[in-house]
Design a protein around this ligand. Sequence first.
Ligand SMILES: [Ca+2]
Ligand SMILES: [Ca+2]
Length: 111
Amino acid sequence: MATLKLIELFCIDPEDRDTKDEAYIRIITTDQSPRIPTRGSFSISKNQSVNLRSNTVNFTGKAEIRLFDQDSVDADDFLGANTVDSSKLGAGKLKFIKNSVNYELTYEVVR
Ligand SMILES: [Ca+2]
Ligand SMILES: [Ca+2]
């Protein structure tokens, strides 16, 4: 068992061109799939960051981190996925890059 600690989500280029993105994260583990934030989304635009330090998830094996932009009329945009491993402890950065969209998520895996 390890703990995934989210630290910061940084938007280099948003998905929604003219407005802010409504970003949210879903973490898929072997036994749960929490959404962060639980309801709604983080309002984020180009060169802005969101502090995620209050969010931790316990997991065993691998955890998949999926990033979405919530849209109100059409379906939410899936912006990519990354996997972290409970045996690889330490801090790191995950890239979410799709077409012109570019996000960076800072995280740490601790025991
Ligand atoms: Ca969108
Ligand atoms: Ca949106």
